[in-house]
Design a protein around this ligand. Structure first.
Ligand code: ASP
Length: 437
């Protein structure tokens, strides 16, 4: 065979050989522009959504397909490669970081809402057509108990992340003990099991890279759909809410994450360069869980966070660490207060800091989950979303633009998880610093 025939050009080389991030960014901007234009032609929105839905859903399904195997295999392999005492230390450090940054996020959200006062002077009145909802919070004991699966296979089938984490950690730790078994055949078997899990995790990351090749198409459709359906609504009275939420997100990104990275002597721009694929995927999928395979791959392959740490901290973060959601909860509680003529008192705001931090922990990493937790936060300060009330009307307005707010907050949620994992890895002297040069 001649060299020329080996190097034959593929039809799609122009696509596959161009920079992936560039392709995704172009799709993002093009999607927003097309969506906004469509938004001004209401008649065109439905046909567009009907015909393009397949392509957006395909992207989300491809990502969801790999979530469970990625968590399971990398966590088993990760736990089997880290000493139990070290795992405990990593766990405490990451929990402190997650809690601290979430509370800080609510404070930032409240601060911006105090300055910009979204909703002030709107005097929304009730509308009997709008139904309220009651949010029920599970008890603390039940929440803790639920972490232990009664049937791991069932948890895997339902993508219940916390029980999966628990089982995989226990299983991985047990492998590391069995590897030292006195019976050679068993020790060898455990070694093989460990190698298999590692190889399976690696294989899943390969699948993620493949899926990302499709990302630009999925991104275009998903973004265009959100802007077509919701863009116009955010231009009216809700513009201030959107601006306040996004300003809060930006300040948290630069101030808090930039600050943490600087304290640990890690470059902010290097971080963004490594993490951007996960940040954009979170932005368009609006799901921390769905983004998890991408988050884990970039953390290992681009930011040099070892599997022993990020396989544990990232799934945990995708489940309980939601700084973007915390900011959103603070801002929206303030908006609803202002818009219905009940501006929040200092005490109410202090309560919001506590309840919104807890609510963000309880928020599932799926699209729109934060909006449901907002009900709990409102309840805690006496703003009940009852049928036909002004509070319910203001809440419904927020729901109208929730997807737009969800994009930004999910992106920050995921970013926070990666920052935490990077600094914990650095503090454990396990971060591959060559990747940050
Ligand atoms: N969509 C967010 C996430 O997956 C959760 C939320 O709705 O606030 O991180």
């Amino acid at each position: 065979m001649s060299a020329a025939s080996v190097e034959k050009k593929g039809w799609f080389d122009w696509y596959f050989k161009s920079n992936l991030l560039m392709r995704i960014l172009i799709a993002l901007v093009a999607g927003a522009v097309v969506g906004i234009i469509l938004g001004f032609n209401p008649g065109a929105v439905k046909p567009f959504v009907d015909y393009s839905k397949f392509f957006g859903d395909l992207f989300i399904r491809l990502l969801k397909m790999i979530v469970v195997p990625v968590i399971l295999f990398s966590l088993i392999a990760g736990a089997a490669s880290i000493a139990p005492s070290r795992l405990g230390r990593v766990g405490v450090k990451i929990m402190v970081y997650y809690l601290f940054t979430s509370a800080l996020a609510v404070v930032i959200g409240l601060a911006f809402a105090n300055i910009l006062q979204p909703g002030l002077g709107m005097s929304i009145v009730g509308d009997a057509a709008i139904k309220g909802k009651a949010a029920e919070a599970p008890t603390l004991i039940q929440t803790l108990l639920n972490i232990v699966p009664t049937n791991p296979i069932d948890s895997l089938a339902r993508t219940d992340v916390l029980p999966i984490i628990f089982f995989a950690l226990v299983f991985g730790l047990a492998i590391s003990y069995v590897k030292d078994s006195k019976v050679p055949a068993i020790a060898k078997g455990a070694e093989t099991l460990f190698d298999l899990c590692n190889a399976a995790a690696e294989t899943m990351y390969k699948v993620v890279s493949g899926v990302m090749q499709y990302a630009p198409i999925g991104v275009f459709v998903l973004i265009a759909t959100v802007f077509a359906q919701q863009g116009a609504k955010a231009i009216g009275p809700l513009l201030m809410v959107t601006v306040t939420v996004y300003l809060g997100l930006l300040v948290h990104l630069v101030g808090v994450y930039g600050g943490f990275l600087a304290i640990f002597r890690l470059g902010f721009f290097k971080f963004l360069k490594g993490a951007n694929e996960a940040m954009i995927t979170a932005f368009v999928t609006r799901s921390s869980n769905g983004t998890l395979p991408v988050t884990m791959r970039v953390s290992e392959e681009k930011l040099g966070i070892p599997r022993g740490i990020c396989s544990f901290t990232l799934p945990l973060g995708a489940t309980i660490n939601m700084d973007g959601t915390a900011i959103y909860l603070g801002v929206c509680a303030m908006f609803i207060g202002y818009a219905t003529g009940n501006p929040l008192t200092f005490n109410q705001q202090a309560t919001v800091v506590v309840t919104a931090t807890l609510a963000s922990i309880g928020t599932a990493g799926v699209p729109g989950a934060g909006a449901i937790m907002l009900l709990m936060v409102l309840e805690s300060i006496g703003l009940k979303v009852t049928e036909g009330s002004a509070i319910a009307a203001a809440y419904a307005m927020i729901l109208g633009i929730d997807a737009l707010l969800d994009m930004g907050r999910t992106s920050l949620n995921v970013t926070g998880d990666i920052v935490g994992s990077a600094i914990v890895a650095k503090s454990e002297k396990e971060l591959d610093l060559a990747m940050w040069k």
